[in-house]
Design a protein. Structure first.
Length: 288
């Protein structure tokens, strides 16, 4: 008797026009963003009067003095140091605090842990503009307004819900069999977390670290509200001050674009370098 064979159904072939249109739209948006970024980089190296009179020309290209002018006239040196220390410290502390909290929420399995996880998720949806006034009053009462320490506290507190939510999903996707085997061997919860779960969750921890670093590097609103002194400003505030100075003294658009590049390029390079790891970490954390 001859066995009947049936060919397996292929998945992913024969996508409809809606799918192809969506893919085309995504590629169009990506090409547009890359084009804008490239134009900004070229404009940062051109003489400012030629940027808009000849926007598609490469005449006067090679004005590297625009970066030197933007750096010296805007006070980017002190602002860059403040930003690097603040962002690096905040991102590391965020992951250090969020990792044990997320692990406990992912492995507890009680109603209380579910309610706490929902509480963190709700914290993501609260716009910071809604709570900025009570935050300012509270920080003023404890003497942390116009202070990098106060800005550090705010960055950690406001980014904590997202980081815990992200890492909770990631820890929940890790196999429980490895932890059960460690428990059989006599490892306690703390030892299991440090020696087993943290190494397995390295991809998620790096993802959380990088996403927080990128977000805090570009943060402007909180710093604008809570920082007044020039020597305490971050890079976004230094760029805003440089733009205001240029408006009153005559806009040098070449230097302005150079200032934008100084702000954008470090995080862009970081994302290009570790972008695949970020995507892999978020994907692993989304599927168990």
């Amino acid at each position: 008797m001859r066995k009947s064979s049936s060919s397996p159904t292929r998945v992913g072939h024969g996508h409809g026009p809606l799918y192809r249109g969506g893919v085309g739209l995504v590629w169009l948006l990506a090409v547009f963003n890359v084009g804008v970024l490239a134009w900004m980089g070229v404009a940062a190296l051109r003489e400012h009067t030629a940027i808009f009179s000849q926007p598609w020309s490469l005449s006067t290209f090679g004005q590297f003095g625009n970066f030197a002018k933007a750096w010296s006239d805007s006070g980017f040196g002190a602002a860059a140091l403040n930003t690097v220390v603040l962002v690096a410290g905040s991102a590391v502390v965020l992951v250090a605090i969020s990792a044990p909290a997320a692990y406990a929420l992912a492995r507890s399995g009680t109603r209380i842990s579910g309610a706490v996880a929902l509480f963190f998720a709700l914290g993501i949806g609260i716009p910071v503009q809604v709570i900025v006034i009570p935050l300012f009053v509270m920080m003023e009462n404890i003497g942390l307004v116009n202070s990098l320490t106060g800005l550090f506290v705010l960055y950690v507190a406001l980014s904590l819900p997202f980081t815990v939510f992200l890492l909770t999903a990631f820890f929940g996707s890790l196999p429980e069999e490895v932890e059960e085997a460690a428990a059989i061997d006599g490892a306690g919860p703390l030892r299991t977390f440090v020696q087993i779960s943290l190494p397995l969750a390295r991809g998620g921890l790096i993802t959380a670290l990088i996403l927080n670093a990128i977000g805090l590097w570009n943060e402007t609103f909180i710093a604008l509200v809570f920082i007044q002194d020039t020597e305490l400003q971050t890079l976004p505030l230094a760029l805003l001050g440089f733009m205001q100075t240029q408006q009153y003294s005559g806009a040098d658009y070449g230097a302005l674009f150079a200032g934008v590049c100084i702000l954008v390029l470090p995080m862009l390079a970081l994302y290009v370098w570790l972008g695949r790891r970020i995507v892999e970490g978020m994907t692993l954390g989304a599927v168990k």
